[in-house]
Design a protein around this ligand. Structure first.
Ligand code: EPU
Length: 339
């Protein structure tokens, strides 16, 4: 365990903050050892933060508690049946390396989720998604350690209560669960998922009509590189807001006022709006508060231009939320977790 540990290199926004205490965990034994320490009567109760790739957190100041950094490694085929390959990956693996490894084995499924920053253990927390796919479409089960009870348990896909950028780990199990590993079911009867128009168009433009999983991955990587800043170069956490959901009445009213409004009809009768469009209409694209800016190629992404504080990022986010609410009557919900 280390004290006053710098977290700047461990969060993709690149916020300069320190943890009161920090420990790297590379095995279940490490997790159990920390848990036993924390249970001892001499130990002070401290807030906990489970850290993966740090690609979905905003550090609003120094963290006054214990950071548990999951660094356990390994990925392997654990089973197969007529429907699927079952692949288990440890929480500390990089998500994108897992995607590449499965594709190299010839197992399709994860290609639409290529190049998403972050760790395997963080992927279920916000049910990562992109280009018409979500983790929930492939997650078979996961193993977690409950820091409140000291129990290890297996959660099924249904137990995780996945929704759009949401899961039980953001609610009932927040600050409580340490995800140890996940098991994915990758379909043996693979079919390309080209439901996201931008992806289908990009493949067509390259003259690819019946793409392989590898070709889809390559195309997704190219689109992401074009539109999203590389966190290794420009600090960011991907989309900063969720795309908001509105009902049919509000949609009809907005559409009358803004005929260009991009929206997607959902099966439940509601509509999903493009938060990036709403933010751009409010004039925020490329604008800054201090060293926190709205990315000039994608208004849904907030970036650290160098030395931004978590407070500046939070201020910028709040100013955007206020303007979007006033102009469109739509409340934008923040996607990353504020710590
Ligand atoms: N748009 C604008 N201006 C902008 C940005 C977007 O007008 O500055 C419009 C685009 O023209 C398009 C629409 O918004 O009509 C959608 O844009 P895009 O396809 O780039 O996707 P998004 O809705 O902005 C979502 C996810 C991304 C994911 C992409 C692709 C959320 C919150 N974000 O972004 O996820 O990669 O779709 O599936 O759902 C992430 O969660 O970190 C993330 C990057």
């Amino acid at each position: 365990m280390q004290n006053n540990f710098p977290l700047r290199a461990l969060n993709t926004l690149g916020i300069d903050a320190k943890a009161h205490a920090y420990v790297q965990l590379t095995s279940l034994d490490d997790v159990l050892a920390v848990w036993r320490d924390v249970q001892s009567p001499q130990s002070q109760p401290l807030p906990r933060l489970v850290l993966g790739g740090g690609s979905n957190i905003v550090l609003t100041g120094d963290f006054p508690g214990l950071v548990l950094h999951m660094c356990n490694k390994g990925m392997m085929l654990v089973n197969e049946d007529e429907h699927a390959y079952y692949v288990k990956a440890q929480a500390g693996e990089s998500w994108h390396q897992l995607v590449l490894w499965t594709l190299n084995q010839g197992w399709g499924g994860l290609e639409n989720l290529s190049l998403i920053p972050g760790s395997v253990g963080a992927a279920p927390v916000q049910n990562i998604g992109a280009y018409g796919a979500e983790l929930k479409d492939y997650l078979h089960a996961l193993t977690m350690f409950d820091f409140e009870t000291g129990q290890i348990s297996t959660l099924s896909n249904a137990d995780c209560a996945f929704a759009y950028r949401d899961s039980i780990f953001k609610h009932a199990l927040r600050e409580r669960a340490i995800i140890l590993d996940i098991t994915l079911a990758l379909p043996k009867h693979w079919r390309a998922n080209l439901t996201y128009p931008e992806l289908a168009q990009a493949l067509q433009a390259d003259g690819i009509h019946s793409p392989s999983a590898q070709q889809i991955s390559d195309t997704v990587i190219a689109i992401r590189r074009r539109k999203l800043p590389d966190p290794a170069i420009i600090g960011n956490v991907g989309s900063f807001f969720k795309n908001p959901l509105i009902d049919a009445n509000q949609h009809a009213t907005l559409l009358q006022q803004y005929p260009q409004l991009p929206s997607y009809a959902l099966s439940d009768g509601n509509f999903k709006l493009a938060a990036g469009w709403l933010i751009q209409q409010c004039g925020w694209k490329g604008k800054s508060i201090g060293a926190a800016s709205v990315y000039d190629k994608q208004a849904l992404v907030l970036i650290n231009c160098g030395g931004a504080t978590g407070q500046e990022i939070a201020e910028l986010a709040a100013a955007i939320q206020k303007d979007v609410l006033v102009r469109f009557g739509v409340a934008l919900e923040v996607e990353p977790v504020f710590v």
